[in-house]
Design a protein around this ligand. Sequence first.
Ligand code: CU
Length: 322
Amino acid sequence: MTALETHSRLRCACEEASLSRSGVKIPFLATLKLCSLFATVASAQSSRMAPPEERLPGRVVDVSAGEFFLRAPDTIPAGLTTFRLHQVGEILTNPAKVRAENLAPATPDHDPTRAFHMLWVVRLDARRTVDEWYRAHVRGEPTPWAIDLGGPASTDPPRTSNATMVLEPGTYVLVCHVGSARADRNRSHLLKGMFRQLTVVRSTSPLVALPQPDVVARISSDGRIQLSGPVRKGRQVIRVINETSRSYEFIMNRVKEGRTAGELVTWKRTDGTTNPSTRLGGLSDVPPGATRTITEAFVPGMHVFWTVRGPATSVAVNISER
Ligand SMILES: [Cu+2]
């Protein structure tokens, strides 16, 4: 599937807005729960105790995505944060069904991206609420007071994807924007309820700095990717810097045995052939001028990174045995 088929962006949703479906419920905004805070702490500790290959920077916040919900802590401390996205919907429990559904064209009764989920972290200006943000989306109104920070892209489970960023205290929304730009608003995962509030409170812990990257990936003019050096096998910290004035996603795929990077760049889900790659994750969005960090344990083989899948904006990355 192409990146555009995988998900669509919020600003397009505003452009294509129409009146809300009836029956959409205004969410109950969860209040702080101590158990969630403990879950976050436990998660951060488990990351510190994880094998070196799986260690993630800062505080690890686990988010689970399924049809059509997000599970996550309600409250976390500010600072260096890695969001780790788990796919727990049908793509985990019934991947054959999801793959078959994905090959069929979209119709009013069929959404081929129903079971594909990504995470966007959105920061709200002071005094704005998640209810306001949601109502604006239902009405198709712009939300210039909500800043999209991006987050982990989709992946093939049980693999997880991750994105590291620094969070200030404030009110945030975790949301899956897949389908939000479609004219058919029945495909919007946001409107199906895939969002929740995240409150970030002041931290009493010492500041943790961003980890030193092994590789810097610069998104330059027209979405082209320039890597600072070779990507190696094992744990790699990849710093993605968007030097342009528009948002880009940043996707990493591993090419399957017997397939080629060239095939992957031109492959379409409607070709009648199987996907030449496994999705490793990446970033749902790198905002203009922003820096985001991914931590990935690579195995040797051919990979492709892209901002927009196409020859100009994809880069073949061969990871050697040494
Ligand atoms: Cu989703």
